[in-house]
Design a protein. Structure first.
Length: 284
């Protein structure tokens, strides 16, 4: 059996491996296909494609868009839409993602100011100097503060100082799910809902979400995933059947930012079969 990984992050967002290093690791791991799905950027795809030339590893151009979903009049939730096989040079896609990056950078400046004012050893200039051209996320804040010895672990930062309800967090503007799906479709891509169980929604809320996203053009749902346990995979596969969606799978590999997740293997027991490439209309 041949295996693939359809959810991978590089240093162009919040991963710790460059696209070239990811290609090398994928080949070493024995994968036959890999999708680079960095957060809100496609800037690393070209490097991955070039690194995989003259190999038997297929690179699927992808992205993971952060969107804000309105659950009710009082509740909103960040959800992620994966886009596969898109034209990563399409002008509207590039322009929109640059706007998203600019808005995120403004938010990051404010968060740095909040942390610095309370004595944490961080400022925006040092943060960007440390991580270069990456799309900065809270994972970069956590890694930076951990390297400075200001926090005991990366995980602890998300539970306390970088938590959404924490004292230093600053909200940012998000794409709507409709805008995100439209953006992927206009670039010729295939929209898929990432890790649906991470959103901690009720069954009723998940049904409402999928019904709405299906109306916008959602095609698939990520059923095989690193954090699945027990009956999780079977539950998501049932959702896929109920809403006439195909399934995909991926590790959500971030390198040392998620040290328990291995490329292509997740926590050790993830195996995404190559036949799922057929759902993306890609020949293996």
């Amino acid at each position: 059996m041949q295996y693939i990984d359809l959810h991978v992050h590089s240093t162009f967002s919040d991963g710790t491996y460059t696209p070239t290093q990811l290609v090398q690791l994928a080949k070493k791991t024995g994968l036959v296909a890999m999708a680079l799905t960095d957060h809100d950027t496609v800037d690393g795809v070209d490097e991955a494609v070039r690194a995989a030339q003259n190999t038997n590893l297929q690179i699927i151009p992808g992205v993971e868009l952060s969107c804000k979903y309105q659950i009710s009049s009082e509740r909103k939730k960040e959800i992620h839409i994966l886009g596969y096989n898109l034209d990563y040079r399409q002008p509207e896609l590039i322009d929109t993602l640059r706007q998203v990056a600019d808005e995120r950078n403004n938010r990051n400046r404010k968060m740095c100011d909040n942390l610095k004012a309370d004595g944490f050893p961080i400022d925006y200039e040092s943060l960007t100097a440390r991580f270069g051209e990456s799309i900065l996320t809270r994972a970069h804040f956590a890694r930076f503060l951990h390297e400075k010895g200001a926090i005991p672990s990366i995980d602890s930062a998300f539970k306390k100082i970088l938590a959404e309800d924490g004292p230093y967090f600053v909200n940012r503007q998000y794409l709507s799910p409709k805008t995100g799906i439209d953006l992927i479709k206009k670039a010729g891509g295939i929209p898929v809902l990432a890790h649906p169980l991470l959103y901690k929604m009720s069954v009723t809320e998940l049904h409402k979400l999928l019904d709405e996203l299906k109306g916008y053009g959602l095609k698939g749902i990520e059923a095989l995933y690193s954090r699945n346990h027990g009956t999780d995979e079977a539950f998501v596969k049932k959702l896929a059947q109920q809403f006439d969606l195909f399934i995909t799978g991926g590790s959500d590999f971030h390198g040392t930012n998620k040290p328990d997740i291995e490329l292509g293997r997740g926590e050790g027991n993830l195996f995404v079969p190559v036949m799922l490439l057929e759902n993306l209309k890609v020949s293996s």
